[in-house]
Structure formats: structure tokens, C-alpha cells
Design a protein around this ligand. Structure first.
Ligand code: MTE
Ligand code: MO
Length: 201
């Protein structure tokens, strides 16, 4: 074997730093960042609605949604406030599986995620397909309400404000529409590896 680099065992410091985007630092804890108070959502009141423009195409109750295929993923996450957390473990329903269950293919290239607290954020369908989930569990436990429980969007490769907490639906839009933070100066896309923190970055 010509290669000298090990592919097993504990990652070395150099490998770790290659996983931390520019301007970010490593965080061991899991900080809570919310624009307002944590909404308390009763499971009986929880619904998830898939919309095309103004038109609802499918709605699930909590029980129905939990019966969809559940996938576990381990990903690094990056908050625009400069922390990065490695190897976070999530379980939930892949956006691909939500569309499959609704019997539709993405009708437009743009999606707005909507939340119970009125929050919204835009993500291109291309960044949801094969990459994003509606997370129901973190680290083997039901998602804490402070971290977005009962369910949050998880788009791990974009800054964490794209991972809408207290998610109650996804909406396909004709155009790339700005969400809560994007209307207030945050970047429309939010790639941590290109430091797309604010509009104009
Ligand atoms: N519904 C909703 N989702 C939200 C927010 C919010 O205020 N409301 N804050 C966003 C921001 S700015 C960040 S950095 C992450 C923080 O997630 P955490 O509290 O689990 O760390 O959630 C994002 N999702
Ligand atoms: Mo944030």
C-alpha cells in the first residue's frame, strides 16, 4: 500500500480542523438560539402541512408523521454565531420520504420552511433532496422543546438558522422567497464554507 494515512481510529487534530469552516470554533455544548420564547406545542395539536404555493397538498398528524420511514444521520452543524458542533446524531424523516409519501415530485426549485412561532426560512429544493430531514430525535432522545421539539428541519450543510425549529410545514414557492432572518439581512443561501453570513457576503 502506498498510502500512509490511516482510515480507522480516532480522528487527528488536523482532520478535525478540516471540518471547521472559516471563522468558526469548536463547541462541545449545544447552545440554544431563538428569536422569541419557546412555543409549547401539544402533540395532539401538532400537524405538518406540505403546500404548493397557497394550496395544501398533504397534512399529517403526529402519529401519521411518525409512521413515515425514520432515518438516522450523523452530521456536523455550523451556527452563524461562530460555533460548530461535530458528529451530531439525529433521527427523523428525510424530505425525500415526505415527498414520496405525499406522492409528489418537487413542483418548483424553492422551498420555504414554516414554524409554529411564525419563523420561516428559505432553502432550495436541491439542498433538501438527499440532505435534509425533519428531525424528531437528537442524540437518541425526543427533541427538546428549546431545540425545536416536537420536530425541526435539519439542513446540516447550511448555517443553522436554515434548520427551522418547531416546524409545521414546507411550502414550495415559485421564486426564492426570503424568510425571517433573510428579510433582516442574513444571506439568502448561507453556505458556511463560503462564509455566507449576511447578504452581500
Ligand atoms: N422556529 C424557529 N426556528 C429557528 C429559530 C427561531 O427563532 N425560530 N432560530 C434559528 C437560529 S438563528 C439558529 S442559530 C438555530 C438554533 O438552533 P438551536 O437553538 O437548536 O441551537 O435555530 C434556528 N431555527
Ligand atoms: Mo442563529
Amino acid at each position: 500500500m502506498a498510502t500512509t494515512r490511516g482510515f480507522t481510529g480516532r480522528p487527528r487534530a488536523t482532520d478535525l480542523s478540516s471540518r471547521i469552516p472559516p471563522g468558526q470554533h469548536l463547541e462541545k455544548d449545544f447552545p440554544v438560539l431563538s428569536a422569541g420564547p419557546t412555543p409549547r406545542i401539544r402533540i395532539a395539536d401538532w400537524t405538518f402541512t406540505l403546500k404548493v404555493g397557497p394550496r395544501p397538498v398533504k397534512r399529517w398528524s403526529w402519529t401519521e408523521f411518525n409512521a413515515l420511514p425514520i432515518t438516522q444521520i450523523t452530521r456536523d452543524i455550523h451556527c452563524v454565531t461562530t460555533w460548530t458542533k461535530l458528529d451530531t446524531v439525529w433521527e427523523g424523516v428525510l424530505v425525500d420520504d415526505i415527498l414520496k409519501a405525499a406522492g409528489i415530485e418537487a413542483p418548483t426549485p424553492y422551498v420555504l420552511a414554516h414554524s409554529f412561532d411564525g419563523y420561516s426560512t428559505n432553502v432550495p429544493m436541491q439542498d433538501l433532496a438527499g440532505k435534509a430531514m425533519v428531525a424528531l430525535r437528537f442524540d437518541g432522545e425526543p427533541l427538546d422543546s428549546d431545540h425545536g421539539g416536537p420536530a425541526r428541519l435539519l439542513v446540516p450543510h447550511l448555517y443553522f438558522w436554515k434548520s427551522a425549529k418547531w416546524l409545521n410545514g414546507l411550502q414550495f414557492t415559485e421564486r426564492d422567497e426570503a424568510g425571517f432572518w433573510e428579510l433582516r439581512g442574513y444571506h439568502m443561501y448561507g453556505d458556511p464554507w463560503r462564509e455566507q453570513r449576511y447578504s452581500g457576503d
